[in-house]
Design a protein around this ligand. Sequence first.
Ligand code: ATR
Length: 290
Amino acid sequence: MKFLYLFGYPLGHSISPAFQNAALRECGIHGVQYVKKSVPPEELQQIILALRAPECLGANVTVPHKQTILPLLDEVSPLAREIGAVNTVVKRANTDGSVALVGENTDAYGFMQALRARRVDPRGQRVAILGAGGAAAAAAYALAEGGAYEIVLLNRTLARSVELADRLVQKFPLMGLALNDWDALGKTQLLVNATSVGMSPHPDASPLPPHVVLARHAVVYDLVYNPPMTRFLREAQAQGARTVGGLEMLIYQGARAFELWTGKRAPIRIMRAAATAALQEIIRAAGQKG
Ligand code: ATR
């Protein structure tokens, strides 16, 4: 048996195993299983050992290892280095018979693909991102690459927005950047929540301060996928905004990782059906407990 791993801590209810295993089955890849491995931060080295083992074919990496794993890998793709976070590790066989652990970031791709599927194009637009962590960085790079005219970064901790803005300005010197300008939301065509605020088990929280008025016809995108309809999206919808939920990004980042590991085209429909069913099951079980 060979394995693809998901490393994180704590891992809780992840739906990645459900849709990655469905994709493996659909593509006829037998004898390979995608499994969760809970590894606390102080045991980061265990991840590298597990990755180097011959039975491991690759991995996803999630909180809290996405940033700290970078210096331990043999190579990091330019995009993952710019974003400062790795969510996928690919094992590359070198011509001399050695194997290199290569860090990739598929979050930016997943973020943009979910927008494209809804026919949202950031080119020439003012966009705003709530948050300044790894997810916000992936969103910011994707939007900057996608031709956004200005990015407004809104974060509780200003120092983290400043740090992200410093990195963005080096790569995209012509793009506009604004920090913690909440008034800009009235003139923002796309607003992204890349914080964890509103995520289960705290669905009553919203990352937006009360009484913020959104631009007319704004698109509002929440990277949170549980619950599927967050308070942030609900309130934006009430203001007439078009909304995009976080499940599509999760599926597309996983699809890209699957393609990097297997070299096969990801069966998106099968992955979406499995992800949706797994999420519904988690919500149903939580409802029974509560
Ligand atoms: P990820 O990799 O998922 O982005 P992260 O790097 O821990 O995770 O970032 C989490 C983001 O959610 C941060 O922008 C964080 O704000 P701070 O930089 O101020 O910590 C934001 N966040 C988390 N809880 C929050 C809360 N209760 N209110 C406002 N922002 C919050």
